[in-house]
Design a protein around this ligand. Structure first.
Ligand code: G6P
Length: 367
């Protein structure tokens, strides 16, 4: 089937805009009914049979895994190890019975991820994968493949595949939590109801685009940028830095907010924009205090938060991006939007080749 830009200037812009729709389709494929069932394909998977999860992936898919680690650990009380597939495959990690190995890959063909999967075959209790291509090698070689329903993704920088991967991984973590007796029927039902509301909230959140376009005009003049976040916002900060460097060629790094004082604070001056990802959750005050350390040294803060967070902490910041309120667990999926828009509009402002950034490939099938 031919895929066109549907009136958008770039595939990336079209794919960002499609997210409420494809996330909604992904939810519909997995959520059985309002009573709270989560349907997995085939015979599903019994999370009471494992006591550990290992995950290995590359690029944006790796950051989806890193986010899922917080979910599996906090909701299902399952320890999770996450690694780059290229590291995992060569460090002979002990993978034993009782381990579920989960591989996330948009294409399902990334060479390192496939090699990591093959290493786990015969060692782990089960091989699960989350892919956008059901016929792919990674999907075919898994015991259970979980499709993401993102549709064809053309832009080299992944956007809608990332939010759909997160959606499936959150559903999987909820399933695991419930199966392992860590979450009641009522809580699961409430969390699924909240998740069903996500596409509408994403739609609403797209109102930030105009503001972000303005911020991007200024970000485009920077040589470097720093992204900070805590908890589930840390992987989102990493994804934000990756997106920005991939398509705008601005050097960007991400740090866990608490690590600021152990290095990156030395880089802060008036020329350094710092994107702070901080919804008003339990870690908000901690992150805000890191943000204030940045501002005290002249750093220009772009605060990404919700209305309550903005009310409390936006004084003195360079720019604030305000997202609708959302459940803490679901927040990482919503907070993908501002980092995608920031990278996209900064790249457009710089005039780079957004859909085909230099030196990058959509799918890396050779080592
Ligand atoms: C390449 C792409 C990224 C992608 C990564 C992993 O680097 O440019 O967008 O995240 O590969 O690809 P996969 O298909 O395994 O998700």
């Amino acid at each position: 089937t031919r895929v066109d830009k549907a009136g958008h200037k770039h595939f990336m812009s079209k794919e960002i805009a499609e997210q409420p729709t494809v996330v909604s389709e992904t939810l519909a494929a997995y959520i059985a009914n309002d009573a709270g069932g989560i349907n997995l394909p085939g015979d599903g998977f019994d999370f009471t049979k494992v006591n550990r999860i290992v995950m290995a992936s590359c690029g944006t898919a790796y950051y989806a895994c890193l986010t899922a680690k917080y979910w599996f650990e906090q909701l299902a009380e399952l320890p999770v190890e996450v690694d780059f597939a290229s590291e995992f495959r060569y460090r002979t990690p002990p993978v034993t019975d009782g381990t579920a190995a989960i591989f996330v890959s948009q294409s399902g063909e990334t060479a390192d991820t496939l090699a990591a999967l093959r290493y786990c075959a015969g060692r782990a209790s089960a091989i699960l994968s989350v892919t956008n291509v059901p016929e792919s090698s990674i999907a075919r070689e898994s015991d259970l493949n979980l499709p993401i329903f993102a549709g064809a993704e053309i832009g080299v920088a992944s956007t809608k595949a990332f939010t759909c991967q997160l959606t499936v991984l959150l559903l999987l973590a909820l399933k695991a939590a419930h199966a392992r007796g860590k979450m009641s029927d009522d809580t699961l039902r409430a969390k699924l109801a909240a998740l069903r509301g996500l596409p509408a909230i994403m739609n609403q959140a797209m109102a930030i685009e105009d503001g972000v376009r303005g911020i991007a005009q200024r970000l485009a003049k920077s040589r470097d940028a720093l992204f900070l976040g805590r908890g589930v916002m840390f992987p989102l900060a990493l994804e934000g830095a990756l997106k920005l460097k991939e398509i705008s060629y601005i050097h960007a790094e991400a740090y866990a907010s608490g690590e600021l004082k152990h290095g990156p604070i030395a880089l802060i001056d008036e020329a350094m924009p710092v994107v702070v990802m901080a919804p008003k959750d339990a870690l908000f005050d901690k992150t805000v205090s890191n943000m204030q350390e940045v501002m005290a040294r002249g750093g220009k803060v772009i605060l990404v938060t919700d209305a309550a967070g903005a009310e409390e902490a936006s004084e003195g910041v360079w720019h604030t991006i305000i997202l609708p309120d959302i459940d803490n667990e679901i927040a990482p999926i919503l907070y993908a939007l501002p980092v995608q828009y920031l990278a996209y509009h900064t790249a457009v402002a710089k005039g780079t080749d957004v859909d085909q950034p230099r030196n990058l490939a959509k799918s890396v099938t050779v080592e």
